[in-house]
Design a protein around this ligand. Structure first.
Ligand code: ADP
Ligand code: ZN
Ligand code: ZN
Length: 678
C-alpha cells in the first residue's frame, strides 16, 4: 500500500518542477484533488502518482476535496504541457471544475420509526411527521426535537443547481425526422468507423448535420459509451444544445463559462459520476470528465474559437483527436467550409445536398472599384426589396479612425499603436485591443483645429444607412441570443453584424445575404486569410434561402478575382481547398509544416526586440525577429519557426524559451509560445 502521493500544485509558475511528495491521506488516488501546504500557503493540487516511499520529509495535505479527475485527464496533462510548451499544472487547471464552487447540500428529514401507541405527541408534531420526507428548512426546530426522540433522521442531501438550459428544450417526445439519403449514408459511415478514426463530415449548409450527430450519439449511448459535443459558442448556437436536450433530456450536461460556478460544478459532477453521459459545450468542454467516450463531435470545425488564447494555447480540435485516440472514440468534425488541414488529414464523408432539397442560393459578386459609399447601388436596391436579410460587416463602431483635417494627426490609443474607433452612440473613442476609452474630441490637441475627419464605416454607422428595421449583432450588442430571437420573430428586417451573423443560425425565411467588405479578411497578413474569407462568404451564403424561401447572396469586393471569392460564389469548397492546399504545399505552410510563434513582450524599450533576437539565435532557421504593434503599453516582437518535424521543433522551442527566460539580461520580458497560431 503506497503511503506517498505525488501532487502537482496548481500554480501558474513556469519554472516549478513538480510533482511534490506528500503523506497519502485516507482514500486518495491518482486524480484526487487535495488542498496542500505549499510554499507557505494552502493551494489546490492534483494527485498525479503514488509512491511507496519518499526521500523527503513529508507534509500532510489539509483536505481531500469532493471531486476528482479521471485517470485519462491526469495522463493528458503532461501531453498538453509538452505539446504547447506549457506546464502540467496549467494544463490540469483547465480540467478542474470551477474554483471555489462546492456541492450544495440542504438538510433533508425523513421518518425513522413510527411513534409507539403510548408516545405523547402534539397535533403539531403529528402534522410534522405526516409531512415527511421533505427538505428540513421549514420548522427545523420542531424536527430537531423529534430527531432527539429518535423519530426522525435529518441528513444533508445534495441538490443540483440546474442551468437554464435544463429547463428549456426538455425532452419533447417528438419523433425524430426520417433521414435524408445523405444523412443515412453519413450515419452508416460514422457507425462503420474504426475506434479512434477521424472523419470530416463535409455537408453543405442546411444538409442536416445535427441530425447525424444526434443519431450517432444515440448509437454510442446504446453501446454503453459517452458522447462529447463541441460547439463554437453556446450563446450563438443555442439550437444545437436544445436539440440534444430535446432528444436526450437529463443525460445531457451543458458546460460553459456563462453558467454560475455552482451550476457548472454540478454539471461537471453529473458527468464525472455517470449521471450525465453527453457533454455539450464550447472549447473548454473538451476536458469534460467523461469515461469511455465513444463519439466526439466537433461542430463547425473551422471556427476560430476552438483555439484558446491563454497559456497553454491549446487547440481543442487537436485535444479532441487525442482524447478520441485514448478512448477509442470516433471523431466527427463537421463543417460546410472545413479547414485545409482537416480536408487533407481526415476521412471525408460528404453530404452534398440540403435536407429540404433546396438549391444553395445564387451568389453574385459586386465589384466595388469605382463605387462611392459603403453599399453598391445594387445591394441597396436588393435590401429595399427583401423582406428579411442578413448583412455582414466585420467592423464594430461608427468609423475606424479619426484624423485632424488640418494637421493630419490621427487619434491613437495611448497604450497600443493602433487607431481608436469611434462609437458615436456612446460618445466615445475606444481601443479594440485594450479597452481604453476617451471622450470624442471636439478639437485637435495638436493644432486646435475643430475639423475632424472620420474614415471608414463600421456596423454602427451602416445601421443608419440601411433601409428598414435593423437588428444589430456585434461585440457591442448586450445579449446576442435576444437579438437573434427578435430577428427570428420579426416579419421583416435586417440582421446586421460582424462575423457573429454568419455562425450556423438556422432561420427559415432569410431571402438575402450581403457581405459588405469581403476584402477585409483577405487583407489580413496571415496565411489563413484566404481560408477565412472563403468560410465567411460561404457561411453567410448558407444562412439564406432556407426553409423553402428563395434566397440570394451579394458579395461586395474590390478583388472579384481572388480565389476565395470566386470559389465561394460557386459554393465550391472542394475546388477552393484543392487550390489552397496546392498553394500551401508550395509555400510550405500547414498542413505541410508546423508553425510555432514566440512573442516577447516588455514595457521596457528595446527589451522585447533584444529577447526575440536571442531567441532567433538559439533557433537556427527561425524567421524574425519582427516587431509587432505595441499592446497595453508593452513593446512586442515575434519569432516564427516553420518546421517539418513537429515534436522536435516544439522541444527545441521549449529549450530556447527556457534559455532566454533564464538569462538575466532578459529579465522581465514575458515570452509566450503559440503552437499552430491562428
Ligand atoms: P447544417 O448544420 O448541416 O447546416 P442543420 O442540422 O441545422 O443543418 O439542419 C437544417 C434544418 O433541417 C434544421 O431546421 C433541421 O431541423 C432540419 N432537418 C434536419 N434533418 C431533417 C430531416 N431528415 N427531415 C426534415 N428536416 C430535417
Ligand atoms: Zn490638428
Ligand atoms: Zn489600446
Amino acid at each position: 500500500m503506497p503511503d506517498v502521493v505525488q501532487v502537482e500544485p496548481i500554480t501558474t509558475a513556469r519554472l516549478l518542477r513538480g510533482p511534490f511528495d506528500y503523506v497519502r491521506p485516507e482514500g486518495a488516488q491518482v486524480g484526487s484533488v487535495l488542498v496542500v501546504p505549499f510554499a507557505g500557503r494552502d493551494v489546490v493540487g492534483v494527485v498525479t502518482g503514488l509512491a511507496e516511499r519518499s526521500e523527503h520529509e513529508l507534509a500532510t495535505p489539509r483536505r481531500v476535496l469532493e471531486h476528482s479527475l479521471p485517470d485519462d485527464l491526469v495522463a493528458l496533462a503532461p501531453w498538453m504541457a509538452a505539446e504547447y510548451c506549457s506546464t502540467v499544472a496549467r494544463a490540469l487547471a483547465l480540467m478542474l471544475p470551477p474554483k471555489g464552487a462546492r456541492p450544495r447540500s440542504v438538510l433533508h428529514a425523513r421518518t425513522l420509526r413510527e411513534p409507539g401507541a403510548d408516545e405523547r405527541l402534539t397535533t403539531r408534531q403529528r402534522e410534522l411527521l405526516a409531512s415527511l420526507p421533505r427538505a428540513a428548512g421549514k420548522d427545523l426546530g420542531g424536527l430537531r426535537r423529534l430527531e432527539a426522540r429518535g423519530l426522525v433522521a435529518i441528513e444533508p442531501a445534495g441538490v443540483r443547481r440546474a442551468p437554464v438550459h435544463a429547463t428549456v428544450g426538455a425532452r419533447s417526445g417528438r419523433e425524430p425526422p426520417v433521414l435524408s439519403a445523405d444523412q443515412a449514408r453519413a450515419l452508416e459511415q460514422v457507425a462503420a468507423a474504426e475506434p479512434g478514426e477521424r472523419l470530416l463530415l463535409h455537408g453543405v449548409t442546411g444538409a442536416g448535420k445535427t441530425e447525424v450527430y444526434l443519431r450517432a450519439a444515440r448509437r454510442a449511448l446504446d453501446a454503453g459509451r459517452g458522447v462529447l459535443v463541441l460547439v463554437p459558442e453556446i450563446a450563438l448556437t443555442p439550437q444545437i444544445v436544445s436539440r440534444f436536450r430535446e432528444r436526450f433530456g437529463d443525460l445531457v450536461a451543458v458546460l460553459h463559462s456563462a453558467l454560475a460556478p455552482g451550476e457548472r460544478y454540478d454539471e461537471w459532477q453529473r458527468l464525472r459520476t455517470g449521471r450525465a453521459l453527453i457533454a455539450v459545450g464550447p472549447r473548454s468542454a473538451v476536458f469534460a470528465p467523461l469515461e469511455r467516450i465513444g463519439l466526439i463531435v466537433v461542430d463547425e470545425e473551422h471556427d476560430a474559437s476552438y483555439k484558446h488564447e491563454g497559456d497553454p494555447r491549446y487547440d481543442s480540435r487537436l485535444v479532441a483527436e487525442r482524447r478520441a485516440a485514448d478512448h477509442g472514440a470516433v471523431l466527427v468534425a463537421g463543417s460546410a467550409t472545413p479547414r485545409a488541414e482537416s480536408w487533407a488529414g481526415l476521412r471525408r464523408v460528404s453530404m452534398p445536398t440540403r435536407v429540404d432539397g433546396a438549391r444553395l442560393p445564387p451568389v453574385e459578386v459586386l465589384d466595388l472599384r469605382g463605387v462611392r459609399g459603403t453599399l453598391h447601388p445594387r445591394a441597396h436596391e436588393a435590401l429595399v426589396d427583401a423582406r428579411k436579410a442578413i448583412v455582414l460587416l466585420n467592423r464594430r463602431g461608427w468609423s475606424n479612425y479619426l484624423t485632424c483635417a488640418s494637421c493630419g494627426r490621427a487619434w491613437e490609443c495611448p497604450s497600443c499603436d493602433v487607431t481608436l474607433v469611434l462609437h458615436q452612440a456612446r460618445g466615445m473613442l475606444a481601443c479594440h485591443h485594450c479597452g481604453h476609452r476617451e471622450r470624442v474630441p471636439s478639437r485637435c490637441p495638436g493644432c486646435g483645429s475643430v475639423s475632424v475627419s472620420r474614415h471608414g464605416t463600421g456596423t454602427e454607422r451602416l445601421e443608419g444607412e440601411l433601409p428598414g428595421p435593423v437588428f444589430r449583432l456585434d461585440g457591442d450588442a448586450a445579449r446576442p441570443a435576444e437579438v437573434l430571437a427578435a430577428f427570428e420573430r420579426a416579419e421583416r428586417g435586417i440582421l446586421l453584424g460582424t462575423q457573429l451573423v454568419a455562425k450556423g443560425h438556422d432561420f427559415p425565411d432569410v431571402e438575402l445575404g450581403v457581405v459588405v467588405d469581403a476584402d477585409q479578411t483577405l487583407r489580413f497578413p496571415d496565411f489563413r486569410a484566404e481560408e477565412r474569407t472563403f468560410a465567411l462568404v460561404a457561411q453567410l451564403a448558407g444562412r439564406a434561402g432556407r426553409g423553402g424561401s428563395a434566397g440570394r447572396v451579394l458579395v461586395q469586393t474590390a478583388a472579384p478575382d481572388a480565389p476565395a471569392i470566386v470559389h465561394a460564389a460557386r459554393h465550391d469548397a472542394e475546388g477552393f481547398l484543392a487550390g489552397e492546399l496546392e498553394r500551401r504545399r508550395e509555400l510550405r505552410y500547414p498542413p505541410f509544416s508546423t508553425l510555432i510563434r514566440i512573442v516577447a513582450s516588455s514595457p521596457r524599450p528595446g527589451a522585447a526586440a533584444a529577447a526575440a533576437l536571442a531567441l532567433r539565435e538559439a533557433l537556427p532557421g527561425a524567421l524574425g525577429p519582427a516587431p509587432l504593434f505595441r499592446l497595453r503599453g508593452r513593446e512586442r516582437s515575434q519569432v516564427v519557426v516553420k518546421a517539418a518535424d513537429r515534436a522536435a521543433a516544439v522541444a527545441a522551442v521549449g529549450l530556447a524559451v527556457e534559455h532566454v527566460a533564464g538569462d538575466r539580461a532578459h529579465r522581465g520580458v514575458a515570452l509566450s509560445v503559440d503552437v499552430d497560431p491562428q
